[in-house]
Design a protein around this ligand. Structure first.
Ligand code: ADP
Length: 292
């Protein structure tokens, strides 16, 4: 099975004529509240892609908790390791302008109160999927314990930050987009940057390239996967869908080139509908586009 240890938020979204300037009040449209957070997004994507998924994270005692976890529940993700803490549920306050630009304020709330003590027993986990929206101490402890338990450890290095040497040594596969790659590995060509990271611990580095697909670099060589041509409506959640689907493919025993193809199709399909979790494809939908 796959264990996702990560953030879970409610996204409060308002469309407005423009992003308010400091001190300004802008009258927007109706507010909508949707489940979000990179951890929850990736857990939902992974479950839709066919895996048996456990989620470890934290919400508060407030009404936003039910919104934040609605799809985790609907998609059958095991929530035995979801903690309710004395802190507000994580919230992302999102204003979207008429031009499609956004301004986002994240109130991490309960996510920031997670500690290594909240981690479940990692024995029995085949694949651990991590991002960087929880305290680094939790990410590091999870990676170390999973590695000891013999799991495959996947880290999506988002949002980008400096990665401690010891954390990288516990990572099997690192997934990042081009902006994150530059933040983590410095300047250079994509392949040079990815190869530089290989020497620091991971045996596979995957770079997602938006409309150009994705690239996987290992000691044995490079696999490039062109993007599935789609009508793009909203790219929100494409990266999260890619990561969740890739973890599901690995857990089902697919070798790297097949898992890359599977995740690449899932990421593309996620861009064809509005929203992050709403647009995530099922295993059958991914399979249908793989065989065409
Ligand atoms: P992020 O959402 O983290 O910025 P990317 O934009 O690289 O990540 O997208 C993740 C994956 O989603 C890509 O590797 C690709 O498989 C798919 N994808 C994203 N944008 C497109 C697009 N315009 N057309 C087809 N596939 C896309």
């Amino acid at each position: 099975s796959v264990l996702v240890v990560g953030s879970v938020n409610a996204d409060l979204i308002v469309r407005a004529p423009h992003i308010p300037a400091p001190g300004e009040t802008v009258l927007g449209g109706d507010a909508i509240a949707l489940p979000g957070g990179k951890g929850a997004n990736q857990a939902v994507a992974c479950a839709r892609a066919g895996a048996h998924v456990h989620f470890c994270g934290a919400v508060g005692h407030d009404a936003f908790a039910a919104i934040a976890t609605a799809n985790l529940r609907a998609d059958g993700v095991n929530l035995d390791a979801l903690h309710t803490l004395d802190a507000p549920t994580g919230l992302a306050l999102i204003t979207v302008s008429a031009e499609g630009e956004n301004a986002i304020t994240v109130a991490s709330g309960a996510n920031a109160h997670m500690t290594p003590g909240h981690l479940p027993d990692l024995h029995g986990t085949d694949v651990l999927l991590l991002q960087l929206e929880l305290p680094l101490s939790v990410v590091e402890a999870a990676a170390q314990q999973a590695k000891r338990a013999g799991a495959h450890v996947l880290l999506n290095a988002a949002p980008a930050r400096t990665l401690p040497a010891e954390l990288l040594q516990h990572i099997d596969t690192l997934i990042l987009n081009e902006g994150e790659l530059t933040a983590v590995a410095g300047a250079g060509s994509t392949e040079t940057q990815a190869r530089a990271l290989l020497s620091r611990g991971p045996h596979t580095v995957i770079v997602t390239l938006g409309g150009d697909g994705s690239l996987a670099v290992t000691a044995d060589g490079t696999h490039q996967q062109a993007a599935l041509p789609v009508n793009v409506v909203d790219t929100t959640g494409a990266g999260d869908t890619f990561c969740g689907a890739f973890a599901a493919a690995l857990a089902s025993g697919q070798p790297l080139p097949d898992a890359l193809r599977f995740a690449n199709v899932a990421g593309a399909l996620a861009t064809t509908q509005l929203g992050a979790q709403a647009a995530m494809p099922t295993h059958a939908e991914i399979q249908a586009h793989l065989s065409t």
